[in-house]
Each structure stands twice: as C-alpha cells, then as structure tokens.
Design a protein around this ligand. Structure first.
Ligand code: FES
Length: 172
C-alpha cells in the first residue's frame, strides 16, 4: 500500500489503483492466507482505511478503481466513465430491479462491498463491455452499479453508506 493518511483522510497514491482486466492473481494481503474468492482478484494493492473515515479519490481517473480494506471486508470505489454511467442508467439486464439511482450517491462513483451474495466470494473488476465485475466462484457478472446481470443470485453488491464531496468519499 502506497496511499497515506493526511488530516484524517486517506489520500490515494496512483500505484494503488486498479484499471480492470482478467488478472489471474489475487490481491496481496499481508498475513492473510486465501483461496478462490477470499480476496478480490486483480493486480494491485489493498488500501487499508486504518483509522481514517474518508478517502480522497480525486486522482482516480474514470474507469479506475481502488480496493479499500475496512470493517474487515473489501470495498471498491469505482470512478465510472460517462459511458459506464449511461449504461448503468439504462438498467439493461439488471436482475435486482433496482435503479442506478438506488445504487449510487454520486453517479460518478460506485462505492460497494465487493462481495457476491450468492456464496460470499469477492469479485474482481474485469471492466469489459459485457460486465464490470465477475465472481470467480460461480461466474456471476455485475454491472457498474453492482447489480447482477447474470448468475445464481439477483442480489447486488452491498451498498456502503457514504457521501461524496469534491472527490472525497466519506463513510457514514
Ligand atoms: S459466490 Fe459468486 S456466483 Fe457463487
């Protein structure tokens, strides 16, 4: 982890950013042994929120995501591109029946626990045309609002209560 806390806010270092893709490797979590689905997949660093209550993601570019370790789970903060926002707003194929507005506070950012609620595996950010996230355990796929598009559950990635102001995500 390269990101650092400044005045109670965790400030993102670009080396901790994930851009998506089918990375085979799981994220490295020091001291934590893991099997398939126990940690999100993707070649980047885990950012530990430690005692901060907010995270400055203003350096996060559209299409990029960071993975934050907080409250003993992994939370993704995805800066959605204009195209991703439009696709999510169109709600094509979302199984849960939730609108995009039900899932995001600020349309530019999805803030969700990266846990698939079928059997509890952590998903990876794959960032393809077909899906934003994919579960490695039974291959459920999710859109950029965290809603299931295809899979054995219709339950979305859990929403994490937060507010967004000027590129800073504050957890409630
Ligand atoms: S745990 Fe994700 S699809 Fe089964």
């Amino acid at each position: 982890m390269y990101s650092r806390i400044k005045d109670g806010t965790l400030v993102i270092d670009r080396r901790d950013v994930i851009r998506g893709g089918f990375a085979a490797a799981a994220l490295a979590v020091p001291g934590l042994a893991h099997g398939k689905g126990d940690v999100p997949t993707g070649e980047t660093e885990i950012i530990d929120l430690m005692d901060a209550s907010a995270i400055d993601v203003s350096e996060l570019q559209p299409g990029e995501m960071v993975v934050v370790w907080m409250n003993r789970t992994f939370v993704g903060i995805l800066h959605r591109t204009d195209e991703q926002q439009a696709a999510a707003a169109a709600e094509v194929g979302a199984l849960s029946g939730e609108s995009d507005a039900d899932r995001v506070v600020d349309p530019a950012y999805l803030v969700a626990e990266l846990k698939c609620l079928h059997r509890g595996c952590y998903v990876g950010y794959v960032n393809t045309l077909e899906a934003a996230f994919k579960c490695p355990c039974h291959r459920a796929t999710f859109d950029t609002a965290g809603r299931v598009i295809k899979g054995k559950t219709d339950k979305s990635l859990p929403f994490v209560p937060h507010s967004v102001s000027e590129g800073v995500v504050s957890f409630l």
